[in-house]
Design a protein around this ligand. Structure first.
Ligand code: FPP
Ligand code: MG
Length: 343
């Protein structure tokens, strides 16, 4: 993956191929998704006007609804015909939205989904508190569902997610961090919610443990692949098309796989560059382009995408334990969607 503007025929959200990959899934669960969106709008209301105002800013900003789509399709994949999955899909989206509100405060990000982030527009305090509100609404939806197993899966995913974020903070600006630690971070902050989102699909359908585990494995591996690509994109001009700022991770000294690979493969002078910019956070104008050039020189992008593909293949293998059908094909396309974002 080259960190320069992608040719127009390459896939990314906003291009035909990137959108096509999600279109089949969206079309397949259209009615369920509409019901989920209605529930999201209904449950984000509050008598305190700032809450729906701020929540609407991020909810209406045009997220992909990827996680709720996964819950809806996973339930349908295993033959569920009721409507509990709609409430749980909304719950998953509320958890996700709460984490984004908190994340943009933690990361001091000014841009989200192509718009000023909620923290940039409303300030840090309202963003954190509305995040708390949405997280609380998510728990109300779990309680309304009534399944202790669902509550166990989604609450423990929330804890693991925060652990991933805290570990990320611990290893930030530390070039002695390991790939294993990085993997633990992304398994927590991203894959845990993907895994829970798909696993609950099997739970509402009352499917056997093996199917629950397969859906969980699909979500987990997809989530790891998704975050690997996200971390490569942070150094790519593609990032602008995704509505985020290029180089945020570098400026913060976030330890991601492209950084770890370029550092490990660099000579002494290059390692000194990474220590100065990432560990000591001493950065000047030409440092981000240099970081990108070093990543290209050491094939850090290509190898990050290859790693994502490896996890994508594991997600597909888990999915292939289910019979062929429209849902399975659409969920398989999601793997391609996640990985093709980097092309
Ligand atoms: C995005 O990562 C962030 C996450 C996937 C998780 C953020 C979680 C928290 C801040 C903990 C709050 C938790 C709860 C339960 C409210 P990123 O910064 O790499 O991606 P980005 O480029 O989209 O910002
Ligand atoms: Mg962030």
């Amino acid at each position: 993956m080259a960190p320069s503007a992608a040719p127009a025929d390459k896939a990314a959200p906003g291009t035909a191929r990137g959108e096509d990959a999600l279109a089949a899934l969206t079309a397949l669960v259209r009615d369920d998704l509409e019901a989920c969106n209605r529930l999201i709008v209904e449950r984000m209301q509050s008598r305190v006007a700032l809450i729906p105002e701020l929540a609407a800013h991020i909810v209406a900003a045009g997220g992909k609804r990827l996680r709720p789509l996964l819950t809806l399709a996973a339930a349908r994949l295993v033959g569920y015909r009721g409507d509990r999955h709609v409430g749980l899909a909304a719950c998953v989206e509320f958890i996700h939205t709460a984490t984004l509100l908190h994340d943009d405060v933690v990361d001091e990000s000014a841009l989200r989904r192509g718009q000023a982030s909620a923290n940039a527009l409303f300030g840090n305090k309202p963003s954190v508190l509305v995040g708390d509100f949405l997280f609380a609404r998510a728990f109300e939806l779990m309680v309304a569902d009534g399944s202790l197993e669902v509550l166990r899966i989604l609450s423990s995913a929330s804890a693991v997610l925060v652990e991933g974020e805290v570990l990320q903070l611990v290893i930030q600006n530390d070039m002695s961090a390991t790939e294993a630690q990085y993997l633990e971070v992304i398994e927590g902050k991203t894959a845990a919610l993907f895994a829970a989102a798909t696993e609950v699909g099997a739970v509402v359908a009352g499917r056997p443990a093996a199917e629950q585990a397969a859906l969980r494995a699909y979500g987990h591996n997809l989530g790891v692949a998704f975050q690997l690509i996200d971390d490569a994109l942070d150094y790519s001009a593609e990032q602008e098309r995704l509505g985020k700022t290029v180089g945020d991770d570098f400026r913060e000294g976030k330890i991601t796989l492209p950084v770890l690979l370029a550092f490990a493969r660099g000579d002494e002078e290059e390692r000194a560059f990474w220590r100065r910019t990432v560990e000591e956070r001493e950065q000047a104008g030409p440092d981000l382009p240099r970081a990108i050039a070093l990543m290209q020189k050491h094939h850090a992008f290509a190898d990050t995408v290859a790693r994502a593909r490896h996890y994508g293949d594991a997600a597909l293998a888990a999915l292939m334990t289910f019979p062929d059908g429209a849902e399975r094909r659409a969920l398989a396309d999601v793997v391609e969607f996640c990985i093709s974002r980097a092309r």
